[in-house]
Ligand binder design. Sequence first.
Ligand SMILES: Cc1ncc(COP(=O)(O)O)c(C=O)c1O
Length: 457
Amino acid sequence: MSESPFADCGLDPARLERFAAAERARFVAANPRSQALAARTSRHWLLGSPLHWMNDWSTPFALHVAHAGGAHVTDVDGHERVDFCLGDTGAMFGHANPAVVDAVRAQVARGCTAMLPTEDAAWVGEELARRFGLPLWQSAMTASDANRFLLRWVRAATGRTRLVVFNGCYHGTVDDVFVDLVGGRPRVRDSLLGQVHDLTRHTTVVEFNDLPALEAALAGGDVACVLAEPVMTNVGMVLPDPGFWAQAQALIRAHGALLVFDETHTLSSGVGGYAREHGLAPDALVLGKPIGGGVPCAVYGFSAALAERAAASKRAAPPGHSGIGTTLTANMLAMAALRATLAEVATPAAHERMTATCTRVADGLRAAIARHGLAWCVTQVGARCEFQFGPRPPRNGSEAEALGRPALEHLVHLALLNRGVMITPFHNMLLASPVTSDDDVARLLAAFDDVLAELRE
Ligand SMILES: Cc1ncc(COP(=O)(O)O)c(C=O)c1O
């Protein structure tokens, strides 16, 4: 007999298998319209949905959405769920915020794209510089693109090719970063499709919080930049050790390399992101997903010194395509959404509310975990928190990876969905928006308590 997928969860596998079967049946019975639509959708979309990940949720078929507003998502069968996934941060500030809706509606009527800036571009540039403390910016359509473009600028500016990343990192679909440490050796991630280059030639991977390894990686003098989330958020959450970034940045500077922070997720830390909250001064910064209130766009910023070198590299290059930018990049619609989000949505007050709400969520999760005697931990970064299947928060990607229990994760997610709560697929992240109410938190905590009781009793 094959081993149960729940064998290594520290819980009764037979009980979990029964619970999983019951939850799948409950989901199927409650979502006939989603099921019918999923059958139709999968007829003409490769692997079943317009983006194949959409079929990787915990559900037997993709839930189809009717509409989303504030902190809630309503599916086509009429179930309104409290949304703690928030589009995996794309909707960090809540769905369909009226300020963004109004700005987008007005801009669509005035045109979406002309390959030229509007007045919004001037305002947004000024605000990005004020808020994030970097003087010069460029735009992209996605955080993946922003990271990809920034790597080009950094390599062009420094004349160096090597990139250092942390094991288990994710920066979108940027090929260069998909190098893992496997048994202490770098290896191109097995799951990458169609990748033909040996990414280990220009990428060095080290464990997070490992200063000696970082120093060794920098020692060759060929590193253009270290690209990192200030807190790892995509392999489960991994916090930096106290003082890690100050020491890491000193090493990076000493070796003539640059520090690039990808704050796409850690914008949850506060109004100026993690770096501003913690007094760090990266050479460049990437902000994606939530920065346009859910409208596709991203921005990336340069220190004055890096900007000067980047601009010089452009001036020195022959005329022609830089390999940076796409036709719709910085379009008028994106700029309108950016302006509305920065001016009216992602305000200091909104961040304060989100963080306070998330603290209640994290405390409530910890209390439920303790009540049910589970050896799980909860980590919080501003408006974002995550429970992990181990007693202590991991210190690096390998430790975080080792805490993964995919079958258990799917079961908890599905059981929460069946109880009216959505959390982020692919890990156990919950995000509080400025419009997440006390009642929403109460619904989550009641559902979580109920699910843990089912796992345990
Ligand atoms: C830290 C980080 N950077 C970049 C990205 C890529 O964002 P997008 O998929 O919008 O390109 C993600 C996506 O999850 C991310 O977590």
